[in-house]
Every structure is written in C-alpha cells, then in structure tokens.
Design a protein around this ligand. Structure first.
Ligand SMILES: CC(C)(COP(=O)(O)OP(=O)(O)OC[C@H]1O[C@@H](n2cnc3c(N)ncnc32)[C@H](O)[C@@H]1OP(=O)(O)O)[C@@H](O)C(=O)NCCC(=O)NCCS
Length: 278
C-alpha cells in the first residue's frame, strides 16, 4: 500500500494528536507551535487516508533541529521513521542548514545512527519526587520581568551558550509569555534569562554564571512549580544545585549531531528549550 509524505495541514490536527507515543504528554501544543512558526516544517505520513506518522524540523539558519519523529505503533519497523527523518533532513539541508541536531529516544537512536548522526553528549533529566523545600535555597540576586526590547541581549547570550542562532523561537516565547532576566549590576546587559510558559511546559534558562543560573532555576520551581528539569550532563553546577534542592536524576538522552559540531557552552544552559529544539 502506498505511503505518502506530505506537509501537515491544520485539518490533520486531530489525527496527529492520536499518534501520541506511550508515556509522552499531549503532543498537540508543540505541534500547533510548529505549524504557526515559519522556521518549522511539519510533515505527515499517510497511508490509505490514515495519518500514521508525523515529523518536524526547525530551521535556525546554519543549524537545524530534527524532531519530533513519531510513527504510529502499529506501523513501526517498516522504514517509515527513517523516511520521515530523511524528508526533514533534506528539507533543512535545502534551506542551508549545515549542521543537524536532535535529541534521541531509545527508539529513535538506531534510526538516526543509520542516517549518519553521531552522539556528542547526553542530556540529563531530573524530577522532584515530592514538594522539595525550594525556598530554603532562596538566592538574593534581583530579577526583573523580561521585556520585548531585551531580545537582542537575550539572543546574544543565548548564541554564546548554544553556538546556534535560536532567535526565532526566543522571540516567540518572549512575545507570547515573557519571562525573567538577571540584569548586570552595572547596567551593561544581562547575566541570564528564563522564558516561561512554553506550550510544552518548561522553557529555556541560560546564564553566564552559576549564581544567575541557579536563581533563575529557583524562579522556575518556586514561582511556577515546575517539578522536572533537563540540562546537559556537562552542566555540573545545575545538576548539583537541582540535587541539593530535592531533584533526582531519572534518565538521560543522547544529543546527536550530523555535520560540524557547533561550539557550545552547555555549562551556560540551565534548562533546555524542549526535546525537539535543544
Ligand atoms: C523512533 C520511531 C519514529 C521509528 O519509527 P519506525 O518507523 O519504526 O522506524 P524505521 O522502521 O525506519 O526503523 C526502525 C527499525 O526498523 C528497521 N527497518 C527499516 N526498514 C525496514 C523494513 N523495510 N522492514 C523491516 N524493518 C525495517 C530499521 O532498520 C530499524 O531497525 P533497528 O532498530 O534494528 O535499527 C518510532 O519507533 C516511534 O515513533 N517511537 C516513539 C516516538 C519516538 O521515540 N520518536 C523518536 C524521537 S527522538
């Protein structure tokens, strides 16, 4: 039976929502974000008028992110995940992305390895098992609400940390939901930012020093009651802080790269953007 890969339409939304893999949350909020974002390309796999897969790619210029890639459980092992991944890879490469990145689940890893992706490090995921006493570790560094005019400073700091130009998603999160920044005392810029209210849950936290990074993490947990966190395994300071306030490591996932590895500073990233955006 013929399988067609085509751009996702708004009318596919309900059918795509049914593809939610076991153990995952609702996949529609991020999918809606991708459909509304010109930096994203979202495709579906259709067979006999039934949607059996979905895939997204995000174009950040020199770099592009692949994911999520999801195939309906009854249609796996037939090459569809690989076909969807290749479609996204070709789409991003045609737009000029020289480096492709992704965060792999255990299901995805063998598919991506066969397509040439190489693991470069791991993300570490932590959870607070009970309501920890976050207040006990209150820092005293002042924060202020982020303002749309902070975007250039925020993007400069982010680019230094990620080695990628992620400004399109930062702009959207800043406009939609805002967040917090730690201003430098001399007024010369910001030490860190946290953008909250992303449709998939926690948002990015990036900071140039430990004090600012942990203060923003605390803001995410104390004010917004987030009880999960995802950081690079190389950000020892963030992991130590999280463990001190009651988080435990629950799992790891590979960060994989195809092409030139961006020069990044994972020790500046206190919370990733999402499982599909780094
Ligand atoms: C990851 C995922 C998308 C893979 O989809 P899939 O359609 O099963 O992928 P493929 O069929 O291309 O590849 C899976 C396996 O089938 C094999 N395969 C490929 N073509 C095949 C064919 N024609 N016949 C039989 N097997 C085939 C692949 O070699 C691979 O085997 P391996 O595990 O030994 O490497 C799917 O498992 C999924 O949706 N998982 C849940 C969501 C998820 O984790 N997504 C990844 C996010 S990073």
């Amino acid at each position: 039976m013929e399988t067609k890969i085509r751009p996702m339409q708004w009318s596919d939304l309900d059918a795509v929502g049914q593809l939610r893999p076991e153990g995952w949350g609702d996949i529609l909020p991020p999918i809606i974000f991708y459909l509304n974002d010109p930096a994203c390309m979202t495709f579906v796999a259709e067979r006999a008028d039934r949607i059996i897969g979905v895939a997204n790619g995000t174009d950040w210029g020199q770099t592009g992110w692949v994911g999520p890639i999801i195939v309906d459980a009854s249609s796996r092992g037939q090459g569809l995940g690989s076909l969807l991944t290749k479609t996204i890879m070709e789409g991003l490469q045609a737009k000029g992305c020289r480096t492709l990145l992704l965060i792999a689940t255990e299901f995805g890893k063998p598919v991506y390895e066969k397509l040439g992706f190489i693991g470069d490090s791991r993300y570490c995921f932590l959870k607070a098992e009970q309501q920890a006493d976050f207040e006990a570790y209150s820092g005293s560094i002042p924060l202020r609400a982020a303002h749309p005019s902070d975007l250039p400073m925020l993007s400069e700091l982010d680019q230094r940390a990620a080695g990628e130009r992620r400004i399109s998603v930062l702009e959207k999160l800043l406009q939609n939901n805002g967040g917090w920044v730690v201003p430098r005392e001399d007024g010369s810029g910001i030490r860190g930012y946290y953008l909250h209210g992303a449709p998939w849950g926690s948002g990015p936290i990036v900071a140039e020093d430990e004090e600012a990074g942990c203060r923003l993490l605390q803001q995410a947990f104390v004010v917004e009651k987030h009880l999960s966190a995802g950081v690079s395994e190389h950000n020892h300071k963030a992991i130590e802080y999280l463990q001190r306030i009651g988080f435990t490591i629950v799992t790891y996932a590979d960060r994989m790269v195809l092409g030139e590895h961006p020069v990044w500073h994972p020790d500046m990233i206190y919370s990733r953007i999402s499982g599909s955006l780094g």
